[in-house]
Design a protein around this ligand. Structure first.
Ligand code: PMP
Length: 386
């Protein structure tokens, strides 16, 4: 059976060029960069080169880059580390449609007296600077808002939000896991104090990422151990992972315009074919045309406004070799709608009927046609039974 992969917002395959760059550090150059001998010193140079490269790619200083195990760790470390030194400021502004790495971290901080304040997204999932202005006050310790939403592809206006944060002297963290390498990300231009990034969303290896901590930011390290990363993140450095992350980011930025143009074309083709071929109604959830072009969240309903189960749809497509995802969570046997779709005010039945199609650089026009044809057949069957 052929596999057609449309789940690139979940993860991407490793780019051959990234693997090639990593190979020497998986084999002969295995030294610990913290070791004083020549093998250690060899990898130390490689790490510092990588740090310089990553810094220049996001407009930061090398001293502001901390290598981590990925987006989840970076989100945890930034939020916990900033809130630990916030003094008597106890409120953190975030949104209900953040990734769980942010949401659950903020939730946990309640145990230490922190109060989450949720800025309200509009119907497309966007958090405006005005929404932040409404929530911010002299007790705000941190604002944490993502750049691109992983389920619906909404792009938040980070530089406008940063202006409000600056006005109130509140540090601003952005989870840029879904935007790094897909949109221009320059920390100075965006005006952010902290950022989280991950390699496996950009054809790099899993389990590796970065945190940007602006020089002078009020923050203490969270992962404590050895003296690595100037004591800001203990743990032996993942040399092949760091090399892989750096190569993946370099390639993603170099090829960004090309990929964006291709995704825009494939997205239009997908929508066009869905509207032409499908007998049921297709709803695009989230932004209609001003989100990132590679993430498309879709729901389906028939003339009687009946919905199908998105989880079943996903499984039926999987039988045809097609990989998509949905954000529903199975909690004690009952399917809960995605917190993102619920957060933008979608009715639970429609939210539960949704799937996310996320495009990647290997996807072709034939893949799109294959998806639409299989969707048509599967939906026909499902709506007949429903
Ligand atoms: N934030 C966002 C927006 C994400 O999409 C993801 C991955 N799904 C993460 C954080 C977590 O990143 P990682 O898998 O590298 O821990």
């Amino acid at each position: 059976m052929k596999t057609v992969y449309f789940d690139h917002a979940a993860t991407t395959p490793l780019d051959e060029r990234v693997l090639e760059a990593m190979m020497p550090y998986l084999k002969e150059n295995y030294g610990n960069p913290n070791s004083a001998h020549h093998l250690g010193q060899k990898t130390k140079v490689v790490i510092e080169d990588a740090r310089e490269k990553v810094a220049s790619l996001i407009g930061a200083e090398p001293s502001e880059i901390v290598f981590t195990s990925g987006g989840t760790e970076s989100d945890n470390a930034v939020i916990k580390g900033a809130l630990a030194v916030s003094g008597n400021k106890k409120e953190v502004i975030t949104s209900e449609i953040e990734h769980h790495a942010v949401l659950h971290t903020v939730e946990m901080e309640k145990m230490r007296g922190i109060k989450p304040v949720f800025a309200k997204p509009d119907a497309t999932g966007k958090i405006t600077a005005d929404a932040v202005r409404e929530a911010i006050n002299e007790n705000t310790a941190l604002v944490s808002l993502m750049h691109v939403n992983n389920e619906i592809g909404t792009i938040n206006p980070l530089s406008e939000i940063a202006e409000v944060c600056r006005e109130f002297d509140v540090p601003f963290h952005s989870d840029t896991v879904q935007s790094l390498g897909k949109l221009p990300v320059d920390v100075r231009e965006l005006g952010i104090d902290f950022l989280s990034g991950s390699a496996h969303k950009i054809y790099g290896p899993k389990g590796t990422g970065i945190m940007y901590v602006k020089n002078g930011a009020r923050w203490v390290p969270w992962m404590i151990g050895g003296s690595q990363e100037r004591r800001r993140r203990g743990g032996t450095l993942n040399v092949p992972g760091i090399v892989g992350f750096t190569k993946a980011l370099e390639l993603a930025i170099e090829e960004m315009d090309n990929h964006t143009a291709r995704f825009t074309k494939l997205r239009s083709l997908l929508l066009e074919q869905l509207r032409e071929k499908l007998s049921v109604k297709v709803t695009v959830n989230g932004p209609q045309d001003n989100g990132v072009p590679h993430i498309l969240n879709l729901s389906f309903s028939d003339a009687d406004n009946k919905h199908i189960d998105g989880e079943m749809l996903l499984l039926n497509l999987d039988i045809e070799g097609i990989c998509v995802s949905n954000g529903s969570a199975c909690t004690s046997g009952a399917v809960e709608p995605s917190h993102v779709l619920a957060g933008i005010g979608m009715e639970p039945n429609l939210a539960n009927s949704s799937i996310r199609v996320s495009l990647g650089k290997q996807n072709t026009e034939e893949d799109i046609t294959y998806l639409v044809d299989k969707l048509d057949a599967v939906l026909d069957r499902m709506f007949t039974i429903a």
